[in-house]
Ligand binder design. Structure first.
Ligand code: WTA
Length: 648
């Protein structure tokens, strides 16, 4: 099939009755011409305690940077996800939980969700958690993870979810950064039949803390595995919650009060605590959920993301629940017990909307069509992807085999920083092109700029920026406002810089071409190469390390590490294993290098800057096109690097 063919979803599936392309264009133009009026109206998609009169107060200018939305309104995020639905849907399922083991399942109604969250919130209060305190959540994909997030929101505590695949070191850094004195965890997590000792990791993290000490660790019993217990600090979730009151009033929050922190990788230094606030985030997550996924009453919706990532925040928990939807939480992995698992789950619960990452699609494609075709998937109406560019091959397979050419695919581009989807097709209204995240959502003004910040017109390729704010935009880097200004607003004047490059085609469609910085995207997970490098150089015989991404069939990008050893030491297979373990311990399994090349030197300019462009070419085997190497301090190093390239 011609990959540039435009799929007119109107012809294939008439799914979205409210809008067609003309209508999208008109509404979009209105939203840009008069953002105040547009957002004044859309802000009503959630419930406010005190309605806002002010819409936005934004300045992207570096010196005066500030972003506020709906800032005289008050609300509670948890009330929007639960309480507001009780009169009409108390007995509707809010969360379907499918365990790692296919025989484990649970249905949680809005009424039960309300009770669980109130009890949890009261338990937190009893432990002394107050408005604005940071609570760390380090959990498997079990309903209690959602209860914990919502319970924090209910009492005005700021949650900081740390992905359960991160190591105790990574966890400790995040606890320290947020000065968080309470951690919610489970004894162990189970994925693909394998257990991970979450509580043990918390114990280790507690010993590594430099800035804070843990007052309380709340432990959900998931597996019943052995754990070390610290009396006076550790509490079983059941003991705390079972006796707690069912009644817990919602804290009235200002629109700009923080809702959560979520750490994400940047090009330098430690991960940044991206801060989202209550009003704008809830409006944006709720609105995009409804329109991008064409959500209709009664739809069963499944997003495979973990709550440890932004997708899990906006499109497993807050967006769907704010709309009164039924959201499916899956504890396991797409290939366990076998490669049919996702489609069996789709059939079992009659899932209508399915949202996943390209890496999962590529991993499943390897098993061929049979595991898909033996299921019905009749319920599916819409498919979505997020996290990385989807290669047209995988797109075709998703569209033809999984969706039986019946379901539009929404390729949604966004970031932890953006809070919700910014570039996306709207089902029924946007012609699809495989591999393109297509067009901006309402109210969103993308632009491409050259490296000097001049806006490029028409078809072009350049740095992807946004010229105007939207309610779901991050407000600051927690405790580091300078870092927020410098990372996103210093390179280009009066624009939000995404760190991505993109191309715009003759139809105005956006195609993401990669990152401009030293961030790599491994299986849809964002990692800073600097973080991996600092893990590797902790090994006593490593003098220096440089990490780059290289094209990887399944992961999108793999991790290629160039390592210089201290004088007199030699690389070996055993050392490779030790280094991989370092990365696993410092960050987690996702950060383990696929390839390690020992090298006597790195390509550096005379001023000592590593030319990563050359390392990327070497890692991907593109030796013909190394570009200008004349500015290198020692150009001969390039030959040594290419000769010794490691092929997996
Ligand atoms: C990449 C995930 C191409 C991009 C929601 C972005 C994408 C980074 C897409 C953010 C997409 C996300 N097409 N690339 N549809 N979606 N990305 O913060 O490089 O984990 O900057 O947020 O993922 O990753 P993050």
């Amino acid at each position: 099939m011609n990959t540039l063919q435009i799929y007119n979803v109107d012809e294939n599936v008439a799914s979205n009755a409210w809008v067609d392309h003309e209508r999208y264009l008109t509404l979009y133009q209105q939203s840009i011409d008069n953002p105040e009026a547009f957002w004044r109206e859309q802000g009503k998609c959630i419930n406010w305690i005190k309605p806002y009169t002010q819409i936005r107060d934004v300045d992207f200018n570096y010196d005066n940077l500030h972003i506020r939305w709906y800032y005289d309104g008050t609300l509670n995020a948890c009330a929007n996800c639960i309480d507001r639905h009780l009169p009409t849907r108390a007995h509707q399922t809010a969360i379907i939980w499918e365990g790692d083991n296919p025989s484990d399942e649970a249905y949680i109604t809005y009424q039960v969700l309300y009770e669980k969250v109130c009890q949890f919130a009261n338990a937190l209060k009893k432990l002394g958690v107050k408005k604005s305190d940071v609570v760390t959540i380090y959990m498997p994909m079990i309903p209690e993870a959602a209860y914990a997030m919502l319970a924090c929101a209910r009492i005005g505590a700021i949650h900081s979810v740390v992905f359960g695949g991160f190591s105790s070191e990574a966890l400790a850094n995040r606890i320290d950064n947020g000065l968080s004195r309470v951690v919610i965890t489970a004894d162990e997590s189970v994925r693909g039949g394998k257990r991970t000792p979450l509580k043990e990791n918390v114990n280790t993290a507690a010993k590594l803390l430099k800035e804070t000490t843990l007052d309380s660790v709340i432990v959900v019993k998931r597996t019943g595995g052995d754990i070390h217990w610290e009396e006076g600090r550790d509490y079983w979730y059941d003991d705390l919650v079972n006796n707690a009151s069912l009644d817990c009033p919602c804290e009235e929050m200002d629109a700009e009060d923080p809702l959560f922190i979520l750490y994400t990788s940047g090009s330098t230094g430690k991960p940044k605590g991206v801060l989202h606030t209550t009003g704008g985030y809830m409006v944006y997550a709720s609105l995009t959920y409804r329109y991008v996924f064409d959500y209709h009453e009664g739809d069963i919706y499944w997003c495979t993301a973990d709550v440890g990532w932004i997708t899990g925040h906006s499109y497993v928990v807050f967006g769907p629940l704010a709309n009164g939807a039924t959201t499916l939480m899956f504890e396991g992995t797409p290939t366990y017990p076998d490669a049919s698992r996702c489609w069996q789950i789709v059939d079992k619960y009659k899932v209508n909307i399915f949202y996943t990452a390209p890496t999962a699609i590529r991993a499943l494609m390897r098993f061929g069509d049979e595991p898909v075709k033996k299921t019905s998937r009749q319920s599916l109406k819409l498919l979505g992807t997020v996290g990385e560019p989807i290669n047209p091959n995988a797109w075709e397979w998703y569209y033809n085999i999984v969706g039986k050419q019946q379901c539009p695919i929404v390729d949604t581009w966004w970031q932890t920083e953006t809070g919700g989807i910014l570039l996306t097709p709207l089902p029924g209204a946007t012609n699809l092109k495989p591999g393109s995240a297509t067009l901006p959502f309402f109210g969103i003004e993308p632009a491409l700029v050259d490296d000097k910040g001049s806006i490029l017109q028409d078809t072009a390729e350049g740095n992807l920026v946004f010229l105007n704010s939207w309610p779901g935009q991050m407000r600051t880097v927690y405790q580091h406002h300078e870092r927020f200004r410098n990372t996103y607003f210093s390179n280009f004047k009066n624009m939000f810089m995404t760190g991505d490059r993109a191309r715009r085609d003759e139809d105005g469609y956006y195609w993401i071409t990669g990152r401009v910085d030293d961030v790599i995207n491994v299986s849809g997970h964002r990692l800073g190469t600097a973080e991996i490098e600092s893990a590797l150089v902790k090994h006593e015989i490593v003098a220096e390390a440089a990490v780059v991404g290289f094209p990887h069939d399944i992961k999108g990008q793999g991790i290629y590490a160039f390592v210089i050893l201290v004088v007199g030491k030699e690389g070996s297979k055993a050392l490779c294993e030790e280094l991989k373990l370092m990365a696993r311990q410092e960050i987690g399994p996702i950060a383990v290098p696929d390839i390690i090349q020992f090298t006597p030197g790195l390509p550096k300019t005379r001023s000592g800057k590593i030319m990563r462009r050359i390392l990327r070419k070497v890692a991907s085997g593109e030796f013909d096109d190394l570009g200008d190497i004349s500015t290198l301090a020692d150009p001969t190093i390039v030959e040594s690097l290419t000769l010794n390239r490691v092929i997996k």
